[in-house]
Design a protein. Structure first.
Length: 497
């Protein structure tokens, strides 16, 4: 009997990953990502970041071809498709579904002034009570930038999409989106339970720019004949799940209920907790979106404390400071330095405007460096500590909102491969860290299994989720971690003045 598979795509800014998950065992049978080196991001001006959506599609095809070859699977064997994607990107298409300009992606900060002006003009109370966030640097503000700066192009726009919506369009020929997706773009009104007409009116957008809304878990569309021929899939295969990378990461770790926490530390880093009632931060320093299991009848919100300068800082240190080492050797080198990096402090904010800093763009900076005492090992440790401290800075806001952060679920990947990073996060936060074997593409595949009814619920879908390790705080070192964190916050306050 032929195996049955679920296909998941994870459309990141570094690469596109595809995974085939065996329906019966829940095990990932094969995965692949393209490109094998980081995908290019175009920055025409400082603070800009764009990618060509066609590149995502091309890389998705390459990754799919590889896993189909490895497993010997055919299109008939794939029962459903799920999509995870980099959040907040803007894709604009005309009435013929042709992309009008490169996507303005998540780390592009050009739209900050547009979101801030909307926040002032509309009022904090209005925005926070309806959107749960400032319009900030999200998709709506990016579209406002296009409207003002590329007016002729704006007039040609038929629909706007997120990166995952674009991949679904290429697979099916249909354009739709989810409530979760609309909420991450600031297009969803939580009070009115519909697209945020007041924000559309303010920016001068048409309601017709918003695609049709489909449930996160449902048969949203089906693979078209043209896409089936192009990819070697079966026409009619359901696309039955879609979510942004951070809600999807939480799903991949079976984080669905209030009080449960997920974290990821790739190019950017996130601590993501689930709230069961509507709430917001008065300074809008954390992001709040509809979680994957949010419905009009059931409030499930994802609260994100995010640091854009996470893996990208660690990679910069590796590339420019310790290029003669692999990452494991670099982590070991950093661990030779005492907690607190002997007085060296790094603010990791060199990858665009930071939400936890109220959308300011401070840049990355190194403080306390002594040429007679410090070496590259101190830089390695201070960079990883700085990333952790930025995480904890956002977590403090989440705690003020009433969230309990005693346990953090994370995939054993990216920065969580570093014992130095893991121990520091546990030591500063006081939380146990549970590491699991999972990834976004495999999670998206299982989400598709829920959406098409092959799994009855999330607990059945993630019954085989494998826990790899638990990292507990070293109580003997808590004081040292706390002192280093307090010094980091002092440096942040002085730098941000």
């Amino acid at each position: 009997m032929a195996r049955q598979y679920l296909l998941g795509f994870d459309v990141g800014s570094s690469s596109v990953k595809a995974s085939l998950v065996d329906v019966e065992t829940g095990v990932c049978a094969a995965d692949a990502f393209f490109p094998e080196r980081e995908a290019p991001i175009t920055a025409v001006k400082s603070g800009w970041a764009e990618q060509d959506p066609q590149m995502w599609w091309d890389n998705a095809k390459l990754a799919l071809k590889k896993i189909m070859t490895v497993t010997g699977a055919t299109g008939e064997d794939i029962k459903a498709i799920g999509i995870s994607y980099q959040m907040h990107g803007l894709v604009c298409v005309d009435k013929d579904q042709q992309v009008l300009r490169p996507s303005i992606i998540w780390c592009d900060s050009r739209a900050v002034p547009y979101g801030e002006k909307a926040f002032r003009d509309l009022g904090a109370d209005k925005c926070l009570s309806h959107l749960l966030n400032s319009p900030g640097n999200f998709t709506a503000a990016k579209l406002a930038w296009v409207k003002e700066n590329e007016s002729e192009l704006f007039e040609k726009i038929d629909k706007i999409m997120l990166p995952g919506d674009y991949i679904a369009m290429k697979l099916s020929g249909e354009i739709n989106t989810t409530i979760s997706g609309l909420s991450e773009g600031m297009f969803w009104d939580f009070k009115e339970q519909r697209p945020a007409q007041f924000l559309l009116d303010y920016f001068g957008f048409s309601a017709t720019h918003i695609p049709d809304i489909v449930p996160t878990f449902a048969i949203q569309s089906e693979v078209s004949v043209a896409a089936a021929e192009e990819l070697g899939l079966k026409a009619g295969t359901p696309i039955s799940y879609r979510a942004g990378d951070q809600p999807n990461n939480a799903l991949s770790l079976n984080v669905f209920n209030p009080g449960e926490i997920a974290s990821t530390a790739g190019t950017s880093g996130v601590v993501y907790g689930v709230l069961g009632d509507v709430n917001y931060d008065s300074k809008s320093r954390v992001n709040i979106f509809a979680h994957v299991n949010y419905t009009k009848e059931q409030t499930r919100l994802g609260v994100l404390g995010i640091c854009n300068g996470t893996g990208i800082l660690n990679a910069w240190v590796h590339r420019n400071i310790v290029s003669d080492m692999d990452y494991a050797e670099m982590n070991d080198l950093g661990a030779t330095v005492p907690i607190g990096s002997d007085g060296v402090t790094i603010l990791p904010f060199g990858n665009g405007a930071e939400r936890i800093l109220e959308n300011r763009e401070l840049g990355c900076s190194i403080h306390g460096l002594n040429f007679n005492r410090h070496n590259r090992a101190h830089i390695v440790r201070a960079a990883q500590e700085g990333i952790v401290f930025a995480f904890c800075y956002g977590m403090e806001v989440m705690q003020q909102m009433g969230m309990d952060l005693r346990k953090i679920h994370a995939g054993k990947a990216n920065m969580f491969l570093s014992p130095l990073f893991r121990n520091t996060l546990a030591g500063v936060s006081g939380a146990n860290i549970e590491l699991f074997e999972t990834d976004g593409a495999a999670g998206a595949a299982k989400g598709a299994g829920i959406g098409c009814g092959l799994y009855k619920d999330n607990n059945e879908a993630f019954a085989t989720l494998k826990k790899l390790a638990v990292i507990e705080p070293d109580e003997a070192c808590r004081g040292e971690y706390k002192a280093a964190y307090e010094r980091w916050k002092e440096v942040l306050v002085q730098t941000a003045k």
